[in-house]
Design a protein around this ligand. Structure first.
Ligand code: ADP
Ligand code: MG
Length: 700
């Protein structure tokens, strides 16, 4: 491929223009010609077949028919609509529009052959089609047309602004006209020949404009293979070059701070899983290679103590440590928790956040630089340029998916050598997946909860049973407990979601009136300060009910909260439901999670709800989630840029992954510097990719 041409900003494509370019950028992340070319259809409509009206059946999904308009009339009254009669040689049917009447009346040519496409309804012995796609037969025959019609990913905003699938299709055609002389092969000859891969240009063309099912299948195979191949190539490349390159400070001894804490101040016996994970970390820290470890553990599995003890190992070896949390509330909670745990130790711990006063900041900066400060806890504020450690030995990052890769890499370069890094997450990625995807990123797993926890009871209730749920809330509050009520907030329907939230808040305020009940509300549109005030009222127990959107998802610890109500639970993904549920069950009391839904449930929603009521095991849930959604969606992997798959799917295309993996690793083994003539194309592609891509490997 010709990278310079394909890096042309999307604004310069005919038919796009500044408004559409802005929308494509903000809604789909399409900045360049190349991005657009890699916007792959997520499904195809089979338009190989033309139906006769007499052949229509009630079970048909979408159908395509050739015929003519013979009459048109407005039907007034409730549900005012424009109705046209559409005929072919064997029969007739009705086409119906509820909107856009004026435009349609003007545009349609009577008694001229059209191709229409859409979903048919059957009513009173007649077929009708609402809002069909229409095209003059003469136009239909002219356009670049393929048997399988691509359907592109879209958003509500895009279709509202007139960027329909048809528009995207048109733009894609223009792009191919312009780009066709700039598309070159991107895999080596031996690979293409040996695996009988479809050439690149043909594959791209067929994925957007498939000539047949067979062409499409081969095109997809080729592109998926390539996608996996280059990811695997990076992993293989790193694997060969990594261990020798990145040095780390070895923590050679287990010293008095760790030992004193372990022997005298541990507030509880560690679980076997915690012990095992600590051993793994200690082993890494003892070598002179930089540790880059992902610590996975379900909510409440006790990651914090592992983090602390790892930090103590750093202290014992005369290094400093830091712990970075995604929100101020969490940073404060960590700070208070660690102060408590370390109160008998002679360690200095400080908290740095956005709101830290200048005078305090100055002291912290000084103490960091002269080494008086051992542990710094904070938010993004830790990444400010002024924060300079004397010798940072270990950086712990809690809930990695809230941090971008770039932000993390900043922390690295505070020192001459990179510190060891421990990333903690409660979003489980199944181990098999982590290994194939991250290759050499080490993973530790706490797969056991501390003893004595009462399993959270999860039930599913329909909206119709709301009164009973309210009564349950009242009873729990009477016992002194606190309650979360969470509403969905999906970007695509943000405005409606806020309305739902506010409506919900009002009805709850009516049901639980002041002064007997106090209610907090937290959502993303509030100012951070207000959010914190509301959150703290709940943490302190001043309010009994917390009404919120998913902003409370990560990490918040209110042990007295025992009920989690999730409204419109069918709209949440599994891992999100599990995260939310993890906000309760943190105290000694029996906790409950109530999933509220309407009666209308898709089959996927049903699986999600059944999974939630059936198990509390985060890994089991992650496996189901993976099957339902495909791994591209897993929080964290997607956002960290680690796994930005455009066409392939780790689960569904696992066989292709295996082939790609074996070829990539073999290639790096045979030609580790890509010196062979035949591999020059790969060398070039690889260099391009590293230039344009924000990849996980940058941080290690
Ligand atoms: P998470 O993994 O979600 O960050 P935390 O580290 O916040 O979990 O731990 C959750 C709770 O469990 C805390 O109150 C912590 O003190 C407690 N805890 C952690 N480990 C143990 C253990 N081995 N035995 C008993 N309680 C523990
Ligand atoms: Mg935690």
């Amino acid at each position: 491929m010709n990278p310079t041409f394909l890096q042309t900003p999307i604004d310069y494509l005919k038919g796009v223009g500044p408004n559409r370019a802005d929308l494509l950028r903000s809604e789909l992340g399409i900045h360049t010609f190349q991005d657009l070319m890699h916007l792959f259809p997520h499904r195809y409509i089979d338009k190989t077949r033309y139906y006769k009206i007499s052949e229509l059946e009630r079970s048909n999904a979408e159908v395509q028919i050739i015929g003519k308009f013979t009459s048109m009339k407005m039907v007034e009254g409730k549900g005012r609509r424009l109705v046209a009669t559409f005929r072919d040689d064997g029969g007739q049917m009705e086409l119906v529009w509820f909107r856009g009447h004026k435009w349609i009346k003007e545009a349609i040519k009577m008694n001229t052959p059209y191709v229409i496409f859409g979903k048919c309804n059957y009513y009173n012995g007649k077929f009708s089609m609402p809002h069909p796609e229409m095209e003059l037969l003469s136009e239909h025959e002219k356009s670049i047309r393929s048997a399988m019609q691509p359907v592109y990913p879209s958003t509500e905003k895009l279709s509202n602004r007139g960027i329909t699938n048809k528009v995207v299709n048109g733009v894609m055609q223009t792009l191919f006209m312009e780009a066709k002389n700039h598309l070159f092969e991107s895999l080596s000859k031996p690979l293409v020949t040996e695996l009988k891969l479809m050439p690149k240009r043909e594959a791209l063309f067929n994925v957007h404009f498939p000539q047949s099912q067979e062409h499409l299948a081969r095109a997809q195979y080729r592109l998926k293979f390539e996608e996996f191949f280059y990811i695997q190539l990076q992993l293989a490349f790193k694997n060969v070059n990594h261990k020798t390159k990145i040095k780390g400070y070895p923590f050679e001894k287990v010293g008095p701070i760790f030992t004193t804490f372990y022997n005298d101040h541990l507030p509880f016996e560690l679980t076997d899983a915690q012990k095992r994970v600590l051993k793994e970390i200690r082993h890494d820290l003892g070598t002179n290679a930089q540790m880059n470890r992902l610590l996975q553990g379900d909510v409440g599995s006790g990651k914090t103590i592992v983090a602390l003890m790892s930090m103590l190992m750093a202290l014992d070896n005369d290094f400093q440590a830091c712990l970075m949390a995604p929100t101020a509330i969490l940073a404060v909670q960590h700070y208070q928790g660690l102060l408590e745990l370390c109160k008998e130790l002679n360690t200095s711990i400080s908290l740095l956040q956005g709101s830290t006063k200048a005078s305090e900041r100055k002291i912290i900066h000084e103490q960091l630089e002269n080494g008086e400060l051992d542990i710094l806890i904070g938010t993004h504020a830790l990444l400010e340029d002024k924060v300079k450690f004397k010798n940072l030995g270990l950086a712990v990052i809690d809930e990695q998916h809230r941090f971008g890769v770039k932000q993390r890499s900043k922390l690295w370069h505070k020192n001459e050598y990179p510190p060891h890094v421990l990333v903690m997450t409660a979003t489980p990625i199944p181990r098999t997946l982590a290994m194939t995807v991250y290759g050499d990123l080490d993973v530790s797993i706490i797969d056991e909860l501390p003893p004595g926890r009462k399993a959270i009871k999860t039930v599913h209730r329909y909206d119709a049973n709301r009164l009973k749920v309210f009564k349950f809330i009242r009873d729990e509050i009477a016992l002194g407990r606190q309650v979360y009520i969470v509403y969905p907030l999906i970007q695509e329907s943000e405005a409606m979601d806020y309305k739902d939230l506010m409506d919900g808040y009002e009805s709850i305020s009516r049901e639980f009136p002041m002064p007997e009940y106090q209610i907090s509300i937290v959502h993303g549109k509030m100012k951070p300060d207000d959010k914190e005030i509301e959150m703290n009222r709940f943490i302190k127990g001043e309010t009994q009910i917390m009404v919120a959107t998913t902003v409370i998802e990560v990490g918040v610890n209110v042990p007295n909260a025992s009920v989690m109500i999730i409204e419109s639970a069918e709209r949440f993904g599994l891992s999100q439901l599990h995260q939310l549920r993890g906000r309760v069950g943190r105290g000694a009391e029996q906790s409950y999670c109530i999933l509220m839904t309407s009666h209308k449930l898709s089959s996927d929603s049903k699986v999600r709800l059944e999974t939630m009521t059936g198990t509390n095991d985060g890994f089991e849930i992650a496996e189901v989630d993976l099957k339902l959604r495909g791994p591209g969606d897993i929080t964290g992997t997607q956002q960290s840029g680690a796994l930005n798959l455009k066409i392939a799917d780790i689960i569904r295309d696992n066989d292709i992954l295996k082939v790609a993996r074996s070829y990539a690793w073999q290639l790096v083994k045979d030609d580790p510097k890509f010196e062979k003539e035949e591999n020059q194309i790969i060398r070039f592609m690889y260099a391009q990719m590293m230039k344009f891509k924000n990849i996980w490997s940058y941080i290690s």
